[in-house]
Design a binder for this molecule. Structure first.
Ligand code: AMP
Ligand code: MG
Length: 490
């Protein structure tokens, strides 16, 4: 049997941090996919796992050294506080130190009920498992911090949702699964000692450079805020909408987590919402930075008493730190947008230039991904402008912007080929387009055909390369193919 070199630091934390629970075996596990490069990174024997991994990745066989547990957490769901959530269908097997010396969680999602399941069955349906696999790996390939997909198995038993669906188990790898909601769990119970223990653990695990800081807990809060600011800016750069930015779905490590009703936009629309449960657009594309700040304010509330012994001083420190988040976000966002339009230097008017392009894209219903990718071709040769402009409902509306952009670009020395190459390295040709994700899920669910899933994984693993053989995957949906709503993973 494949050896996992577990070293389970979370299991060594006090018993009120989690509930020990074994996965519930499934009927007939079958391995859909193993992420071989990731397995290698984790020091696992990929070949052996391809043979006998189904039992492990479905929860039927607990590998030696694992200490399975469900983590306790709370969270604000769409603004409403729920004092007890926790891993209701996820079980942490343990942690391994990877080839780069980084500690990584290995968790099974859909592995059966836990003490936190409330009325849920502890299971996952095949569709959401495949979506999380595809989208998290695509995010990684795009260079966005994210949890990873190590494996997917079908369970051989049905799950009962609105319909009867094939069941599946997803194996997730994360820097950790500690969320804003983990801190809220203890804050809701007035348990300051546990908050301090958790904060010390997070500093040790994710921010060791802060250990000697004069105010380590304030420094921790600022560091988490800075990572979230950088992360959410990256989401915006690739047109990603998380869909459920509840505080229990926000990590303190700065990785994207919990890919439920998430989606990448096709046409640019700053108000885009896909999630069927997001009735009021709380988690719309352009609201994400502000929601990030709202969530961080909830984190600050749990830590504030540790910032300073004088209450007023502590609150002022928290508010100042929250204010810095906006500045840090804006800098990351604008730097990234500059790169997307091919700029190497900073000028004051750049913000206007970026914003006026986005306004044109919004009004002209231009495809977000294709527009930036084609702009790279325009940087090389104005003859390509026509193809770019054709993405807009009124192609001629783009001309004044293109003139202004060329005047700006010509003030910089790099030659056109270098600029175009730089643009192609940040503007993907391939994203996991929603309709492709849905097609892959439908084929797998209805016909046990995983070929579309494999093809989509393959093409989105090299998002910045032109792959002429896969041009169809770069295309937006045809009329009638658009996906208007996505559904939660439950
Ligand atoms: P999520 O929407 O996946 O972020 O989950 C929100 C909360 O609901 C978490 O506490 C989950 O563990 C729990 N949950 C979601 N689906 C299930 C399920 N099928 N069985 C038990 N708990 C679930
Ligand atoms: Mg969640």
């Amino acid at each position: 049997m494949t050896a996992f070199r577990f070293d389970n630091s979370y299991a060594r934390l006090p018993a009120n941090f989690y509930a020990r629970v074994e996965p519930t075996p499934v009927a007939e596990p079958w391995l859909i996919k193993l992420n071989r490069p990731l397995a290698g990174e984790l020091g696992l024997d990929a070949e052996a796992l391809e043979r006998d991994g189904a039992a492990i990745f479905s929860g039927n066989l607990v590998p030696k050294g694992a200490e399975p547990l469900a983590m306790a957490y709370a969270g604000h769901q769409f603004g409403t506080f729920v004092p007890q959530l926790g891993d209701g269908r996820a079980i942490l097997l343990g942690e391994v130190i990877d080839a780069g010396g980084r500690r990584r969680d290995i968790q099974l999602k859909g592995a059966g009920q836990t003490p936190y399941s409330r009325r849920g069955d502890g299971r996952a349906a095949l569709g959401p498992v495949l979506r999380e696999y595809i989208v998290s790996e695509a995010m990684h390939a795009l260079g966005v911090p994210t949890t990873r997909a190590l494996a997917a198995t079908v369970s051989g038993q049905p799950v009962y949702r609105e319909q009867i669906l094939p069941g599946a188990v997803f194996t997730r790898v994360a820097a950790s699964h500690i969320r804003v909601g983990t801190f809220q769990f203890f804050a809701a119970r007035g348990d300051v000692e546990s908050i301090r223990t958790l904060a010390d653990y997070v500093i040790d695990r994710h921010y060791p450079e802060l250990k000697t800081n004069e105010k380590p807990y304030l420094a921790l809060f600022k560091a988490v805020a800075a990572r979230q600011a950088a992360l959410i800016a990256r989401w915006l750069h690739v047109g990603f909408i998380h869909g459920v930015m509840n505080t229990d779905n926000m990590t303190v490590s700065g990785e994207t987590i919990d890919f439920g009703p998430c989606a990448f936009m096709d046409d640019y629309d700053s108000k885009a919402v896909f999630s069927s449960i997001d009735q009021f657009g709380r988690y719309a594309y352009s609201n994400q930075p502000a929601i990030g700040q709202w969530n961080l304010a909830r984190l600050a509330e749990t830590l504030v008493t540790l910032f300073d012994p004088v209450a007023d001083t502590a609150v002022n420190l928290a508010n100042d730190a929250l204010g810095e988040y906006g500045t840090i976000f804006q800098k990351h966002w604008l730097d990234g947008m500059r790169r997307k339009i091919g700029l190497f230097t900073d000028e004051d008017e750049d913000l206007d230039l970026v914003q006026s392009l986005l306004t044109l894209m919004q009004n002209g219903k231009a495809d977000f991904t294709l527009a930036f990718r084609r702009l790279a071709a325009s940087a090389e040769n104005a003859a390509a402008d026509k193809e770019l402009a054709s993405l807009f409902e009124e192609p001629q509306a783009l001309s004044p912007w293109l003139e202004q952009w060329r005047r700006r670009v010509e003030r910089e020395p790099p030659p056109a080929t270098e600029r175009a190459a730089a643009m192609r390295s940040v503007n993907p040709a391939f994203i996991p387009r929603n309709h492709r994700v849905e097609q892959a899920i439908a084929a797998a669910t209805e016909d046990a055909d995983f070929s579309l899933f494999e093809a989509l994984l393959d093409v989105t693993s090299r998002p910045y390369e032109d792959q002429p053989g896969h041009a169809a995957y770069a295309a937006p949906p045809e009329p009638g193919e658009e996906v208007l709503q996505t559904f939660c993973g439950t």
